[in-house]
Design a protein around this ligand. Structure first.
Ligand code: UDP
Ligand code: MG
Length: 328
């Protein structure tokens, strides 16, 4: 397997952290990241992306950036969402390898060391795979379990199971990722879509260090629908399958009725069949129109082509990437 050119000697490593109301986690996160990264290389940056936090996160981040030249930050004008925050971090990261990690310490920073080892062996995407999930609600475990298995079945990409965004990506793959600028992002699936040489690293997912999850049921559902619609035309194809089956069944039913009437002279009460087929067809039509709506909504968003995020403040970056800037 070929070496990754950037992995030789003293690689430059970027760590991207999306942050939304994580004031209680930032100090410990910074400390643990620093200890781990110092072991690996002296050349690294920690990019904290403040996704419009309403608590003291931004204040803490700017203070960290003042104290530690490795820390850089981007802050948004409002909450644009986890996927947008991660996108911004990837846009501004300049490392030979970029690691994405959650701010809440569910992804142990120490695992980065093993990820870098695998990267040095030549793997271009090294993703963290959860060995087990402790103390998470059963509903969440079950829905993730089902979602990723469903995605594997119907999506056009090979989705690694039991993984989040915690992963290391080689520079080459980051450059490829920049070519994907769709509006409804689902980064872990997009990275799977990129392909490349991939390797997993097993880790124990910790419970959140402090604070509450920033994802509620509807945000999670939204993300799942985005994932399915972005990566699979299955619901659209499913529409034509259903349409075909219903058409076939109705032809068969007509034939049955005709045969009974013409050859056996059996009278069949018509209304039961009518009522049932009315409801069945009505239901199917509404469902399928819903699917169609999902795709149309997506086209609408793509046509609008709004930027993924708007930057209010930046700090710690050098050169032309400093100052107020808007990147889509
Ligand atoms: N996050 C973000 N913007 C949001 C929601 C979440 O930047 O709108 C960040 C959050 O601060 C954390 C990461 O995304 O670093 C994952 O969020 P969380 O831990 O709440 O999700 P969970 O682990 O519960 O799936
Ligand atoms: Mg979390």
């Amino acid at each position: 397997m070929p070496d990754n050119p950037g992995a030789r000697e003293d690689p430059y490593i970027s760590v991207v952290v999306p942050v939304y109301n994580e004031e209680e986690n930032l100090a410990l996160l910074h400390q643990r990241l620093t200890v781990t990264l110092e072991k690996i290389t002296s050349r690294y940056e920690i990019i904290m992306v403040d996704d419009g936090s309403q608590d003291g996160s931004l204040g803490l981040i700017t203070k960290l950036a003042e104290q530690d030249p490795h820390v850089k930050f981007i802050s948004f004008t409002r909450n644009f969402g986890h996927e947008s925050a991660t996108t911004a971090g990837l846009d501004f990261a300049s490392g030979d390898a970029v690691v994405i990690i959650d701010a809440d310490l569910q992804d142990p920073p120490e695992v980065i060391e093993e990820m870098v080892t695998r990267w040095r062996e030549g793997y271009e995407v090294v993703y963290g795979k959860r060995r087990g999930r402790r103390k998470e609600p059963v509903t969440k475990k079950l829905s993730s379990f089902l979602f990723y298995r469903l995605m594997r079945k119907i999506a056009d990409v090979d989705v690694p199971l039991d993984t989040g965004d915690f992963r290391l990506i080689d520079r080459k793959m980051v450059e490829h990722f920049h070519k994907l600028r769709e509006r409804n992002r689902f980064i872990r699936l997009e990275i799977a879509w990129l392909g490349g040489r991939t390797k997993e690293v097993l880790y124990d997912r910790e419970p959140r260090h402090a604070g509450k999850t920033k994802y509620n049921f509807s945000k999670r559902l939204r993300l799942s629908i985005d994932g399915i619609v972005s990566f699979s035309a299955f619901p659209l194809r499913f529409m034509s399958y259903i349409g075909f089956i219903i058409f076939f069944l109705s032809i068969a039913a007509i034939l049955v009725v005709l045969v009974q009437k013409l050859f056996f002279d059996i009278q069949i009460p018509g209304y039961a069949f009518l009522v049932i087929s009315l409801f069945a067809l009505g239901g199917v039509q509404i469902l399928l129109l819903g699917f169609l709506g999902e795709y149309i909504a997506r086209i609408y968003k793509e046509v609008q082509s709004r930027p993924h995020y708007l930057i209010d403040l930046m700090g710690g970056f050098d050169g032309e990437k400093d100052g107020r800037e808007t990147l889509s």
